[in-house]
Design a protein around this ligand. Structure first.
Ligand code: GLA
Length: 385
């Protein structure tokens, strides 16, 4: 089946609701170019919104209810956004994202009008491309369109993160929601995860970001993620700062031997990654693809050796990517332990790159990689019908 998620959502709407939809919204998944595990250290990240996302076609309802059909799970959910109970809807997790966003918006005092809609997406789940942020931001955007409250991307992103942390129960940072809210066509976005200031930075001319899904997934991501967060907090406490963002590379080096070995490695990754991310933004502004690629390579090596969040599949696919003609650099992306890597590749070599990486990866591990070449797209928005 080759229909797009927007077509599937429209089709499902016509099947399940009586009148035609009046509004369509989209929120993207993301790929992070550099700045990994820095967001919960108040640091810098540089993701871009991708062409895969979550779509909702909808129309307002007058009875205050939200009635939503998932074209991906073939399931209907219904709730009163003013009287939310966790897990009240039997079935898939997707409806909890809708309810959790309604809960976070409601807690913050936003007026919530009811709507009926059909939801469909094409961000692969569990691949590290932020399918959950995409459904959260699409839901928030749907409520915005029918309820008319102000849309400040950073404020809405914070509320969607609150949904993720407190309703869904995943202790993630702010990166995914921020980029799904504030993506810029043709640009990655440097995000200061303390101030939430955003700076769009163009991809170097004639390069593309190639996403390489290893097709490996790891179950224990949550406990490993929380353990890394605790280790980073321990290091920040040792330096008597609010977060590792406040420690420079030279300050770290001067006192690194006071830390125990594991905490030292974790902190070294964060401190150097923040530095790399700021330098990567400058490299992009200067159009320096070679330097950006080198920084991406260093980022991966640091995530592999110091932060220890890669797996064999990620290390293998990154090595294969780096060996191809036209590749400036490659690294794992997202939380790690499986999922996707990203490479910066010369645009005219990208198709050949994808073919060779798939072949060599299959030869090396017997696994099938999914390769996507994605442009950078806009953050959550209404799509004109
Ligand atoms: C996950 C989290 C993000 C971020 C990344 C690692 O994607 O949701 O907040 O911490 O891992 O950079």
């Amino acid at each position: 089946m080759t229909s797009t998620p927007l077509e599937r959502a429209r089709h499902a709407f016509h099947e399940h609701f009586n009148e035609p939809p009046t509004i369509a919204v989209r929120a993207p998944g993301r790929v992070n170019l550099i700045g990994e595990h820095t967001d919960y250290n108040d640091g810098f990240v540089m993701p871009m919104a991708i062409d895969r996302g979550v779509y909702i076609v909808l129309r307002p309802r007058t009875d205050g209810y939200v009635v939503a059909y998932s074209a991906d799970y073939h399931e209907m959910a219904q709730f009163d956004p003013h009287e939310l109970v966790r897990g009240e809807v039997v079935g898939e997790m997707w409806a909890e994202y809708l309810k959790g966003v309604a809960w976070a918006l409601g807690e913050a005092g936003y007026p919530l009008h009811g709507w009926e809609g059909a939801v469909a997406g094409d961000v692969p789940m569990g691949a590290g491309l932020s399918s959950s942020a995409a459904i959260e931001l699409a839901t928030a955007r749907a409520f915005h369109e029918v309820s008319g409250f102000d849309w400040h991307p950073a404020t809405i992103a914070r509320l969607c993160q609150k949904c993720e942390n407190q309703w869904v129960g995943v202790n993630s940072g702010i990166m995914d929601q921020m980029i799904s809210a504030s993506g810029q066509p043709g640009h990655a976005v440097l995000i200061d995860c303390r101030s939430l200031e955003t700076t769009p930075v163009p991809l170097p001319e004639d390069t593309v970001a190639v996403i390489m899904d290893t097709s490996t997934r790891r179950e224990l991501v949550t406990s490993a993620y929380n353990e890394r967060r605790a280790q980073c907090e321990a290091a920040a406490a040792h330096f008597a700062v609010k977060a590792l963002r406040d420690v420079s590379v030279s300050q770290f080096e001067a006192r690194a031997d006071e830390l125990d070995e594991v905490v030292r490695k974790r902190a070294r990754h964060i401190v150097t990654e923040n530095d790399r991310t700021e330098r990567a933004a400058k490299a992009m502004q200067a159009g320096d693809a070679a330097l950006l690629g080198q920084l991406m390579n260093q980022s991966h090596d640091s995530l592999r050796d110091d932060f220890e969040v890669t797996n064999e599949a990620l290390n293998v696919i990154v090595d294969i990517a780096r060996a191809q003609a036209g590749c400036f650099g490659a690294r794992m992306t997202g939380a790690g332990f499986g999922g996707c890597a990203v490479a910066l590749v010369a645009a005219d070599k990208a198709a050949e790159f994808a073919t060779h990486v798939s072949q060599d990866y299959h030869k090396a591990l017997g696994l099938t990689a999914n390769i996507y070449i994605s442009p950078a797209t806009a953050g959550a928005s209404r799509i004109e019908e």
